[in-house]
Design a protein around this ligand. Structure first.
Ligand SMILES: [Mg+2]
Length: 244
């Protein structure tokens, strides 16, 4: 059995991407006189990419990227009232209630009651925004630990697993992003379960990839996670026997 079960938050336990999609649609409307939807999307994504290393992941950087896109694409013709609206959209995103994904709480409660494993949350984004989201989720008490990180790469995972006193091969990560939640965990020797969400931010997309790893599986939805963890732990145990 795994000693550590780690969950991603955004679009794994609670809905997140729809907030960004709605803001994005409003920005397209606002800028329709300056460029078509594709142009707005492309400029916004460029601004987000450039700003990631300065502001990190999350709503604050996204809001500033929307404002920059509006100013640049309109050649500074965008009004102060419209910039104000974009700033207000950002604030309302930060204040939005946390909407849990169906089945997420049941799955967490299932594992929280097991004595021999710990469940933790590993999420990236704005520190304060993520803390508020976790508080509002009502799930905080179910976690043995909450890790808010600026990047999810193999080293991040190795360090976190180490802090909880487990080897990567004793841990499993569950998340919606192949790029952030799955590939880096498999790379450091952990197991991973992909639970796709209906929308994926372009930055988190990876092309079609075949994963040839017995410690990876894809869930139809989060409710399927307990049975998949059982089968992954059998797989892990079989490997250990082979290595004896
Ligand atoms: Mg996510």
């Amino acid at each position: 059995m795994f000693k550590l079960i780690a969950f991603d938050g955004d679009d794994t336990l609670w809905h997140n991407e729809p907030l960004f999609r709605d803001a994005h649609i409003r920005l397209r409307e606002m800028l329709e006189n300056y460029g078509d939807a594709d142009t707005v999307d492309e400029r916004l994504y460029q601004a987000e990419l450039e700003n990631l290393s300065i502001y990190g992941y999350g709503i604050t950087g996204f809001t500033l990227s929307m404002i920059e896109t509006a100013i640049e694409l309109s050649d500074k013709k965008i009004s102060a009232a419209e910039i104000h609206e974009l700033a207000k959209i950002g604030k309302s995103m930060l204040r939005a209630p946390t909407r849990l994904i169906d089945g997420a709480e049941t799955v967490l409660r299932h594992f929280a009651s097991e004595a021999d494993c710990k469940i933790i949350l590993i999420t990236k984004g704005d520190l304060i925004a993520q803390q508020l989201k976790i508080e509002r989720s009502g799930l905080e008490k179910l976690f043995a630990g909450i890790e808010i990180v600026s990047e999810k790469d193999p080293l991040t995972y190795r360090n976190i697993f180490g802090r909880y006193g487990v080897e990567p091969n004793e841990a499993v990560m569950i998340g919606n992003s192949m790029k952030s939640d799955i590939l880096p965990v498999l790379e450091c020797g952990g197991a991973a379960i992909h639970v796709p969400y209906e929308i994926t931010w372009v930055h988190e997309m990876v092309g079609q990839i075949e994963i040839d790893n017995d410690l990876f599986c894809e869930a139809a939805d989060i409710a399927q996670v307990p049975e998949l963890i059982t089968s992954l732990s059998k797989q892990r145990a079989a490997e250990r026997m082979e290595n004896v």
